[in-house]
Design a protein around this ligand. Structure first.
Ligand SMILES: Nc1ncnc2c1ncn2[C@@H]1O[C@H](COP(=O)(O)OP(=O)(O)O)[C@@H](O)[C@H]1O
Ligand SMILES: [Mg+2]
Length: 258
């Protein structure tokens, strides 16, 4: 086991009113597991990732980690939807930044980053700056940085959410390929049901606000997975099942009667 969330709740106070973002969230994550969290927007997904990352504290409940915390080795690293790169740094330095906290010299960090960049076929962009790259390429660089940092847990918050659907498909495959080579524990947040099914070993389906885990679903698809899996009848079946679970909440949110 990597960690366990026990009865996690989180409330925010916003303009004098209390908003309960998460309520009694319980789940465990195993070594090298790819866990996807799906749920409607505003259900507390980002809040949950931030608590796991240690960026914010839960209002009640706790997370128990069972991985050793060694010096300089990150427990987790986060990849955001966008704007995760430093605009003033080259691709190489952005990737090398993943190692910044680990007591390695800049020259050595650059060398490790450049090996990594060459390996995924981005050698030609080593010295480019983020504004010279497409959105998909920027996210690729952000993912490389996170993998190079070699954290125990990789936290991804809708990392392909801002990409067009074709680019997203290709990036999903690319992520699976990198993950296959590096085998990290991944917690991947998305509102895209199909994406969650294609990527995850297990899905946690959340309810609308206050966010709770409504159901855990194991994804029985074999690995390695490919784009062609999208047409698999099992995928369609799971997708429909999850959609039926979320549909009412989406309608409620839009005040559309069913
Ligand atoms: N810093 C904050 N202050 C007040 N309310 C917040 C804050 N962050 C998030 N919220 C509220 O908490 C709820 C969950 O937000 P969030 O975790 O971002 O959801 P998701 O990522 O699933 O869209 C939302 O209603 C949001 O408005
Ligand atoms: Mg979010």
């Amino acid at each position: 086991m990597v960690f366990e969330c026990i009865e996690l709740s989180k409330s925010y106070v916003s303009r004098g009113a209390e908003v309960t973002a998460l309520q009694s969230v319980d789940f465990t994550v195993r070594e090298q597991e790819f866990v996807c969290i799906v749920g409607p927007s505003g259900c507390g997904k980002t809040t949950l990732l931030k608590i796991i990352a240690g960026l914010i504290e839960p209002t009640s409940g706790k997370i128990v980690f069972s991985i050793p915390q060694s010096n300089g080795h990150l427990r987790s690293a986060m990849v955001f939807q966008e704007q995760g790169l430093f605009p003033w740094m080259s691709v190489q330095d952005n990737v090398a930044f993943g190692l910044e906290t680990q007591g390695i010299s800049l020259a050595e960090r650059r060398e490790l980053a450049s090996d990594f960049i060459v390996k995924v076929g981005l050698a030609g962009f080593m010295h480019s700056f983020p504004h010279e790259l497409s959105g998909g390429m920027r996210q690729r660089v952000a993912i490389l940085r996170a993998f190079l940092a070699n954290p125990h847990i990789l936290l991804m918050d809708e990392p392909f959410g801002a990409l067009d659907s074709q680019t997203r498909l290709v990036m999903q495959e690319e992520l699976l390929r990198i993950w296959r080579d590096h085998r990290k524990t991944v917690i991947y947040v998305t509102h895209d049901i199909e994406e969650a099914i294609l990527l995850g070993d297990r899905l946690l389906v959340m309810s609308g606000r206050p966010g709770r885990i409504r159901q855990e679903i194991n994804i029985p698809l074999e690995r390695p997975r490919h784009l062609a899996n999208r047409d698999h009848p099992e995928v369609a079946e799971i997708r429909w099942h999850i959609w039926k679970m979320l549909e009412d909440e989406v309608r409620k949110d839009l005040s559309i009667l069913s």
